[in-house]
Design a protein around this ligand. Structure first.
Ligand code: ADP
Length: 522
């Protein structure tokens, strides 16, 4: 029997960079390459990227990963894609760009999101499409473009996301995988097709959108020049893949019943896999496709590692400067300071809504606070409370998730926060669950590659990923801390419920104050 090619290339088109990782088909990393690109933010709320720069980054990262590996092209079994969700690009009738890629982080559709939610039965759209009504979604962005830039909207022959744009450059087809489609707010989860009512609301026809295909869809037949440029054989199968969130669950082996993947990078998310699409009657969770039998339910938070960065840069400036002088990583120095005070920070609570909040509040006007400050609190309490507050905030997504899917058990934790043993233990104690940190590979790249193996029939089920992911740390809940956090939790959880009106008024005040003040950049 001829030997099967033994390598797979996972490519993740992210918000700050594209990463390509070449793995063996057993999941071992052989070579990788990342290319960064900027976000353009020249107007309030804007967060765009140049699609041409991203295409370049995708091609360069693939070529470099392959050439770094020195693996023979014929040995590469597949290429498979992951990408960030919610991006939107408008094209004219000749497929020329009319806009940049408007990313998930762009909030200019905020007013339209409110209107769709409050006046246009947005909840019914969410229940069918699984994407919360939020300015991040292409649904809200298209509504905004239609009304705020009507000429551009009228000239637009086609609307696509960034992965579709890359796929079209490679294979000349306008296709979108069910997973990226399921995060547009325009895709009917039961019918696995564009939702006619959502499309009618924004005045877009299915012909203006890409053809939805399963995430296991693949294409071969790269143009020889392109194959040469990439260092790949022209007949290499390319799998269209899925979005980065659902692939991260696969890449950390959190696809079994009750297993939860929690990521705290700059922002954060909690996700778990079920076997059919499911939306929340209260609208607190998303539901995105991985395959027809794997659906990812969860919630994103705006306020993850960015809070620790804020503590480092704004609250603990002296301690940060001292750490830098001593050649110590400031995050590690601040973690040691937080460790000097006991769990619960002597009754100081921190609500981390510095960037508003998505799940479970879905309130862009929510604002952060220290609650319970007393004379006995020092800066170490404030640092500890901030770290605990981020975990409490993630924990507040759990009831919505468990309300839908039933009890959860083990948690796989990833992202920059997992470098801190203290922060990981807080997660085990607040969630009262075992926390496991998988080996640090690019989880969305590995997820993409494993999905590719499945698409080509090289593995019988996605569960094969279990053989590929090891664990670096494991934390069990400490019963004393569990009891202590259980006392603080109801107090923490009651605050945002009671402050909705005040959050709104204060956010309005902040917007008007920053508009009036010449020395505020907004
Ligand atoms: P991104 O989401 O941008 O890819 P990362 O996953 O690298 O980012 O996460 C960055 C965050 O990780 C930082 O903002 C910080 O909060 C946290 N972090 C980084 N290093 C440490 C550390 N040594 N201890 C605790 N937290 C850390």
């Amino acid at each position: 029997m001829p030997q099967q090619p033994e390598y797979m290339l996972g490519v993740d088109i992210g918000t700050t960079s594209t990463k390509a990782v070449l793995f063996t088909t057993k999941g071992r990393v052989v070579a990788q390459h990342a290319v960064e690109y900027p976000l353009t933010c020249t107007a309030p709320g804007m967060a765009e990227q140049d699609p041409l720069q991203i295409v370049d980054a995708v091609l360069t990262s693939m070529r470099q990963a392959v050439s770094n590996s020195q693996v023979d092209a014929a040995q590469i079994a597949l290429v498979s894609f992951s990408s960030a969700m919610h991006s939107l690009i408008a094209l004219d009738q000749h497929d020329h760009l009319l806009t940049n890629s408007i990313t998930w982080a762009d909030s200019r559709a905020a007013e339209w999101a409110n209107r769709i939610r409050d006046q246009m039965d947005g909840h019914a759209i969410y229940l069918r499409t699984g994407t919360p009504i939020h300015p991040m979604s292409p649904l809200c962005k298209l509504m905004w473009l239609r009304h705020d830039q009507p000429q551009l909207f009228a000239r637009s022959a086609r609307f696509v996301g960034i992965k579709e744009y890359v796929w079209h450059r490679l294979f000349g087809q306008w296709q979108v995988d069910y997973s990226v489609a399921s995060a547009t707010g325009l895709f009917n989860l039961q019918q696995l097709d564009w939702d006619s009512e959502a499309l009618a609301l924004i005045g877009v026809s299915p012909a203006q959108l890409s053809q939805p295909v399963p995430t296991t869809h693949f294409a071969t037949g790269l143009q020889p020049a392109m194959a040469h440029q990439l260092g790949l054989a022209p007949n290499t199968p390319f799998i269209i893949g899925a979005n980065d969130g659902v692939l991260s669950n696969l890449g950390v082996n959190a696809i079994g019943p009750g297993q939860v993947a929690v990521t705290i990078g700059t922002s954060g998310a909690m996700r778990t896999v079920i076997d059919q699409p499911l939306t929340d009657p209260s609208g607190r969770t998303f539901c995105y496709a991985l395959t027809a039998k794997h659906w990812v339910v969860g919630g994103p938070t705006n306020n993850g590692g960015s809070i620790f960065r804020w503590v480092r840069d704004e609250l603990a400036t002296a301690e940060t400067a001292a750490a830098k002088l001593a050649g110590i990583d400031p995050y590690e120095a601040l973690t040691s300071i937080a460790e000097q005070v006991p769990a619960g920070a002597a009754g100081l609570l921190f609500h981390p809504y510095l960037a508003g909040e998505r799940a479970p509040l879905w309130n862009a006007d929510a604002r952060g606070s220290f609650f319970g400050l007393a004379m006995h609190h020092r800066k170490e309490h404030m640092i500890r409370a901030a770290l605990e507050g981020v975990i409490f905030s993630l924990y507040s997504i759990l009831p919505a998730v468990e309300g839908l899917i039933g009890p959860t058990t083990r948690m796989m934790a990833t992202g920059g926060f997992a470098r801190s043993a203290l922060w990981r233990q807080m997660m085990a104690d607040i969630f009262e669950r075992e926390v496991v940190v998988p080996e640090s590979v690019e989880s969305s790249c590995l997820g993409a590659a494993v999905l590719g193996l499945y698409a080509l029939g090289r593995i019988a089920s996605l569960e094969a990923v279990a053989e590929m992911v090891g664990a670096t740390h494991q934390h069990l809940p400490d019963p004393d801390n569990v009891a202590l956090y259980a006392r603080l939790w109801p107090i923490y959880a009651a605050i945002p419920k009671q402050l909705e009106q005040q959050y709104r008024e204060l956010a309005q005040f902040q917007r008007s104050a920053s508009a009036q003040s010449p020395d505020q950049s907004g």
